[in-house]
Design a protein around this ligand. Structure first.
Ligand code: PMP
Length: 501
């Protein structure tokens, strides 16, 4: 299909009319994507990119079954939830069937941010408490109430940006955090930190409304909390009159494979008080949801204020939501996430053996992180190297991102139709690129901890960018910086093989 504007024109118009804090991926040479199919995205030249980052196109880009469900309902009716409609109740029934029994009441909203904002309202109404405990490096959304509880964001505003009612607990990261894999009981140790915060808060006369955490931290660095951590935190938080909010906006809907929800990795004895959902729920259609218990919902209703959301729970969104659930089941995408995820982890584990740049591999299902380090012992984040790799992968038509507080963690969260072949292709390409980078820096033979100092400084500046801008080289002088460090191989790089269409 002929594009209305050339890529340069699109970019110029974007610069003119779109707010400058809305960043693009690969700022030096942004992609103009015009079509998606399955786990692939196609640019304006018809080039095909393997999408390893898009957890929104959960069941695959432009899935025909989802499109059909949306079109069919749009042809018939779309209106608000003040009218009775079967789609709303059918979807609520289907969605809650995936959750523990007591999580039975839904509020349909339109974005992850709206879901988390409403979750905070529910929690604050429940006992009239105000304070929130959040995790280090957490991101929960872009609205004012959530920037306040997102250290990933508010830390960028300077040291006085944390509000009084916000309390930040250490991220339960056993690779980089306070208690590591050699600790006898990191779950209890990290939960104890939350308990200390609660005690301190109470001493100051403040009251905890909620503890909020992603069931696995994504922007925060692909962190999988140790089993048992949530149970203990929930016990302490509830004893203080607060609620446990599990943010499943990135990690829900079967991404972890063996469970539908990532909080279920903690064990059957753990049930959050509120679960928030977004991104994958509508496969790209803007919709989201808050699910809670009857008791919490009744307490919210007791304020007497109506909750009305113009678009939330409309018949089209619900038809789409239902179609997504059906595809996950029919195509056994959870099974696929387990099989392909395990294979990907196996292949990456081999890379860890082989490459000094690979410090840690962690993941479950199709949620995988590769922690790049400059020094295996010190675990010094290899920030510049991660960015370099992301850009080289783009040249090989593979889309991957680097995230975490140091932007050194390769973040896999592909559409759930990702295949074994895709996993093999990506890891082979990463292998070749890492070899090239290590050879260029002499990393195999000597510890190269002091290299890239300049790049590191530049990318640290880059890290003060809004979410999604972390892959941008707009803030590091890409090629020049890499050449200074010898990160650019003088040898011809890996053949720029195209993925076959
Ligand atoms: N929670 C988490 C964990 C997220 O990653 C995001 C978005 N990156 C949000 C909430 C906010 O979602 P949205 O952008 O749809 O408002």
């Amino acid at each position: 299909m002929e594009e209305r504007y050339s890529k340069a024109e699109t970019l110029a118009l974007r610069r003119k009319h779109i707010g400058p804090s809305c960043k693009v991926f690969f700022a030096k040479d942004p992609l103009k994507i015009v079509r998606g199919q399955g786990q692939y995205m196609f640019d304006d030249k018809g080039e095909k990119y393997l999408d390893c980052i898009n957890n929104v196109a959960h069941v695959g880009h432009s899935h025909p079954y989802v499109i059909k469900a949306a079109t069919k309902q749009m042809e018939l009716l779309n209106t608000n939830s003040r009218f009775l409609h079967d789609n709303l109740v059918q979807y609520a029934q289907r969605l809650t069937a995936t959750l523990p029994e007591k999580l039975s009441v839904c509020y349909f909203v339109n974005s992850g941010s709206e879901a988390n904002d409403l979750a905070l309202r529910l929690a604050r109404q429940y006992h009239g408490h105000q304070d929130v405990i959040t995790l280090e490096n957490a991101y929960h959304g872009h609205v004012t109430s959530l920037i306040d509880i997102s250290p990933y964001k508010f830390n960028q505003l300077g040291k006085d940006s944390k509000k009084e009612f916000v309390h930040v607990a250490p991220s339960p990261d056993i690779y980089r955090g306070k208690y590591r894999e050699d600790h006898p009981d990191p779950a209890s140790a990290y939960a104890e930190e939350v308990k200390k915060i609660i005690e301190e808060t109470q001493k100051n006369g403040r009251k905890i409304a909620a503890f909020i955490a992603e069931s696995m931290q994504s922007c925060g660095g692909q962190v999988i909390p140790p089993v048992g951590y949530f149970q203990k935190v929930a016990e302490y938080v509830r004893a203080a009159g607060g609620l446990f909010i599990a943010d499943e906006v990135q990690v829900g809907f079967g991404r972890v494979g063996k469970h539908f929800w990532a909080f279920q990795l903690q064990g059957e004895d753990f049930v959050p008080d509120i679960v928030t959902m977004g991104k994958p729920i509508g496969n790209g259609h803007p919709m989201s949801c808050v699910v809670t218990t009857r008791e919490i919902a009744e307490s919210f209703g007791a304020s007497g204020m109506e909750y009305f959301n113009t678009f939330g729970g409309n018949p089209v969104s619900c038809a789409i939501g239902l179609a997504v659930l059906e595809v996950i089941e029919k195509e056994d995408l959870q099974g696929n996430a387990t099989r392909v995820g395990n294979y990907l982890l196996e292949l990456l584990a081999e890379q860890k053996e082989k490459h000094p740049l690979v410090g840690d591999i962690r993941g479950i299902g199709l949620f995988v992180g590769v922690d790049l380090v400059k020094d295996q012992q010190k675990r010094t984040p290899a920030t510049a190297e991660a960015l370099h790799l992301i850009y080289k992968l783009k040249e090989h038509q593979i889309l991957l991102s680097a995230d975490g507080p140091h932007r050194n963690i390769l973040k896999f969260k592909p559409p759930m139709c990702f295949t074994m072949e895709d996993a093999k292709h990506v890891v082979e390409t990463i292998d070749a690129l890492l070899t090239e980078m290590e050879e260029a820096t002499g990393m195999k033979t000597e510890n190269n901890a002091s290299t890239n100092a300049q790049c590191k400084r530049k990318t640290t500046e880059g890290s003060s960018q809004p979410e999604g801008a972390n892959e941008s080289i707009g803030h590091m002088n890409g090629a020049a910086c890499r050449q200074e460090n010898g990160l650019y191989s003088k040898k011809p790089s890996l053949s720029s093989k195209r993925i076959r269409t």
